[in-house]
Design a protein around this ligand. Structure first.
Ligand SMILES: [Zn+2]
Length: 468
């Protein structure tokens, strides 16, 4: 681990030094550089061989020397690394940069022999990578890079909320988007049109992670949104998704069936993909051929034959489904039922020896029935095939460390999310809307996993009677 900083001698010439700092991640160095207004460069370019890596800690051997005029930038160095450079002589007292860090060692700087373009390239590459890794380790689902008039803004979506991140270091700021486009194989020369791509990065454990990248022109330049494709390791066990014990029993029974249709409903971002992902992974363990058609693939699932829709090649839901059905699947997941043709094929598969799972965008689970009927499916037919509709929402869970008072590990007392579920079966008596999710709400409140405030935020105010 290291800290980097830059000295700017004048507009053209730059030089720099680096020091090791135990317990500090490179991303923190970037934050530090950014917050102190110091540009940031890659240490390895200059003096990696100068650092005695065997003696981590405050000891440092930099056989470099440098003469530079004093500037405001260099004066600020002292404040950039207060704990490492406590012994730094006051730059105001120096006319040369022979900087003494303390009694034991001396830092001396020398002029850079590296040209500007090389100097700027490596930090950009590293910064972009650190940004992606930082998002992964912080549990972000999306990264937003918003162009502003002067610079750019970076936000992570964590547990459903956008959280602003430290700005990229000044000299990298406007070039971050170009780097993302390069990583996603997008056309750098094109900035007036929407572009989509995929980029991969290896995470800290060496696992390859993918981001879907969407770039769109806006007022101050292109805006990029990166959606992290989920990894199977991140999908909780069925029992940890938020089902009540009673609900969990019912789900487990359902999954013993070999045919029929199971629907999961809820708005975008309500956790439907997570639930279906876990169910598919569990089913794939039982010697069954599990296949899915998705648009887009949100989680990469082991042992599941996942097909990504591709409209430009006429691979839409109906076409993909027909093709997959010829491949002898036991379990089939259809990302979403959006049209009559898909509904008909899914229903037909569900009554001919396949367990079919899918999602529908409906507000309440009971609405799913009307929606399918609207696609022209007859009610008796539906009734015989549709086993269950599972409604799902996600609520934020209280932080286990501070139990909701707020700490550095959470966002306003919340950390992570859990599901609220409710079931509906054909033939169930209609229930008033304000009783939706009642069993889940009571369960989570009784176990102090979330708050009433959070539940009303997600469901609206109509459920007030539950606690009353
Ligand atoms: Zn906390």
């Amino acid at each position: 681990m290291m800290i980097q900083a830059v000295l700017r001698s004048n507009g053209l010439r730059r030089t720099w030094f680096g020091i090791y700092s135990a317990g500090m991640e490179p991303i923190d160095c970037l934050d530090l550089a950014s917050s102190t207004g110091l540009p940031w460069v890659e240490l390895s370019l200059v003096a990696s061989n100068a650092i005695d890596a065997t003696s981590l800690g405050p000891r440092l051997a930099l056989p470099l020397s440098l003469s530079l005029p004093l500037t405001d930038q260099t004066a600020r160095l002292k404040h950039a690394m207060p704990y490492q450079l406590l012994g730094l002589a006051d730059p105001a007292d120096c006319d040369r940069y022979t900087v003494r860090a303390d009694e034991e060692f001396t830092l001396e700087f020398e002029e850079s022999k590296v040209d500007d373009s090389e100097l700027l390239q490596a930090p950009l590459v590293r910064y972009a990578r650190h940004l992606l890794l930082h998002a992964i380790t912080n549990g972000a689902s999306d990264i937003h890079i918003n162009p502003l008039a002067e610079d750019c803004q970076v936000l992570f979506r964590i547990d459903g909320f956008l959280v602003e991140q430290p700005k990229p270091p000044n000299q990298l700021n406007k070039r971050l988007l170009a780097r993302i486009k390069v990583m996603a194989n997008l056309d750098l020369t094109e900035s007036g049109q929407a572009q989509d791509g995929v980029l991969s990065v290896e995470d800290i454990q060496g696992i390859s992670r993918r981001f879907r990248v969407s770039v769109l022109p806006s007022l101050h330049g292109e805006k990029a949104v990166l959606r992290l494709v989920g990894h199977a390791q991140e999908i909780p066990l069925l029992g940890d998704l938020g089902f009540t014990p009673h609900q969990l029993n019912e789900v487990n029974e359902l999954l013993d069936h070999t045919q029929g249709l199971i629907l999961v409903t809820g708005p975008t971002g309500s956790g439907k993909s997570l639930t279906l992902g876990r169910i598919l992974m569990d089913l794939a363990r039982n010697d069954r051929h599990v296949a899915s058609v998705e648009d887009p693939i949100e989680f990469e699932l082991p042992n599941v034959h996942q097909v990504q829709l591709n409209r430009s090649r006429n691979l839409d839901f109906p076409a993909s489904l027909r093709a997959l059905l010829r491949q002898d699947p036991d379990v089939l997941m259809v990302g979403e039922i959006r049209d009559q043709e898909t509904a008909e094929i899914a229903l037909q598969a569900a009554e001919t020896g396949h367990l079919v799972l899918s999602t529908l965008h409906t507000k309440r689970p009971s609405d799913a029935y009307q929606r399918l009927a609207h696609f022209g499916l007859s009610e008796p037919h539906l009734r015989s095939v549709l086993r269950i509709v599972i409604g799902q929402r996600l609520v934020r869970t209280l932080c286990a460390i501070c139990t909701g008072s707020g700490c550095s590990e959470c966002q306003n007392g919340y950390r992570g999310r859990t599901g609220l579920f409710q079931y509906w079966r054909p033939g169930d008596a209609p229930k008033p809307e304000h009783t939706d999710y009642e069993e889940s709400i009571r369960y989570h409140l009784a176990h102090q996993r979330t708050t009433w405030q959070e539940i009303t935020r997600v469901l609206g105010r109509s459920n007030h009677h539950v606690v009353a």
